[in-house]
Design a protein around this ligand. Structure first.
Ligand code: 13P
Length: 252
């Protein structure tokens, strides 16, 4: 059955020194935890990957990059390739975060190229999807998510798709303090799993981890994670404090 996961996305926060300290603090807490069945991932800025990868116990904490290039290598100043990320010894990469989609104009076609390069380099993608506020108001949230999945992921074969983690992050809930209700989250996660069943099969859908993201914090994580199709969270702001993040990890 699918793995439950709590993943932190640090976004553009923490200097290298602060990042190392936070990673150590999180690791200390996870180490003491009795039930270690949930996976813990921290999503770091590129500059932290190599250093933090050397100091954490990868059995306790996995590491994700927050992005990768849609090109394999070459004259793309400022870009970081999937192959380079893999060479730091880490396991995951966040692809298609709504901030990348909106501020850096990343469309589904580009994201599909990133997913494929990540998989070719044995990185596991955490693929983010989610509707804008306007789409929710017009009740077009299912259509929006359907399109992102179809164009971004659904041309993968069974074996490739089984390496994907999906993160549903309604854009109106990211960094706003406004959270999807547990009912809204469950409704969308169930819909996503149904699409995966139709596109692949029941077994693959049952094994796909679907995370919720958007103002998830210690006070609401328990209720969100208690839904049958919510397999954990992708946490922004609350992942920057070890205590808060750990409380969320303990919310299953
Ligand atoms: P917040 O938890 O800060 O709303 O951010 C969510 C997010 O974007 C995680 O990727």
């Amino acid at each position: 059955m699918r793995k439950r996961i709590v993943a932190g996305n640090w976004k553009m926060n923490k200097t290298l020194k602060e990042g190392i300290e936070l990673a150590r603090e999180i690791e200390l807490q996870v180490e003491k935890q009795e039930d270690k069945s949930a996976g813990v991932i921290i999503g770091l800025p590129f500059i932290h990957l190599s250093e933090v990868s050397k100091i954490v116990n990868h059995k306790l904490i996995s590491i994700a990059a927050q992005n990768c290039s849609s090109e394999p290598r070459g004259a793309f100043t400022g870009e970081v390739s999937a192959e380079m990320i893999k060479s730091t010894g880490i396991e995951y990469v966040i692809i298609g975060h709504s901030e990348r989609r909106s501020y850096f104009n990343e469309d589904n076609e580009t994201l599909n190229k990133k997913v494929k390069l990540a998989l070719e380099n044995s990185l596991k993608p955490i693929f983010c999807i989610g509707e804008q506020l306007e789409e929710r108001k017009q009740e077009k949230q299912f259509e929006a998510v359907n399109k992102q999945l179809r164009e971004g992921l659904f041309d993968l074969d069974d074996e490739e798709f089984s390496k994907i983690i999906i993160a549903y992050e309604p854009v109106w809930a990211i960094g706003t303090g406004e959270t999807a209700t547990p009912q809204q989250a469950q409704e969308m996660h169930k819909y996503i799993r149904k699409l995966v069943t139709e596109t692949y099969n029941q077994e693959i859908a049952d094994n796909t981890t679907i995370l919720y993201g958007g103002s998830c914090k210690p006070t609401n994580a328990k209720e969100l994670f208690s839904n049958p199709d919510v397999d954990g969270g992708l946490i922004g702001g609350a992942s920057l404090k070890a205590d808060d993040f750990f409380e969320i990890i303990n919310s299953f």
